[in-house]
Ligand binder design. Structure first.
Ligand SMILES: [Zn+2]
Length: 92
């Protein structure tokens, strides 16, 4: 039994209209098939990166950046708080 070769660009292009070939197992699939039997997931070509469709990783990284900003401003607020407190001490 011959070993299965991974699909090349050419074999992918030679797939019939409305068909595509799984790059993982070289099986011909319907163009609308999103997940191959082998588990390979196809992502639509038209998919663009938008705020609403960001991956979980993107969302988590965004949130981390937000938290970093909040913590940074908290630090500067704490400095201001100290300054104000020492000013009040001086006034009293
Ligand atoms: Zn496959």
């Amino acid at each position: 039994m011959p070993k299965k070769k991974p699909a090349t660009e050419e074999t992918v292009r030679s797939a019939g209209k409305g068909k595509k070939i799984c790059p993982k197992c070289s099986v011909e699939l319907g163009a609308r098939t999103m997940i191959c039997n082998c588990g390979h997931e196809f992502t639509p070509k038209t998919q663009t990166r938008r705020k609403v469709s960001t991956s979980l990783q993107d969302q988590l990284e965004e949130r981390l950046a937000e938290i970093d900003m909040i913590l940074a401003s908290k630090e500067s607020l704490e400095l201001e708080q100290e300054r104000i407190q020492s000013l009040l001490e001086a006034i009293r």
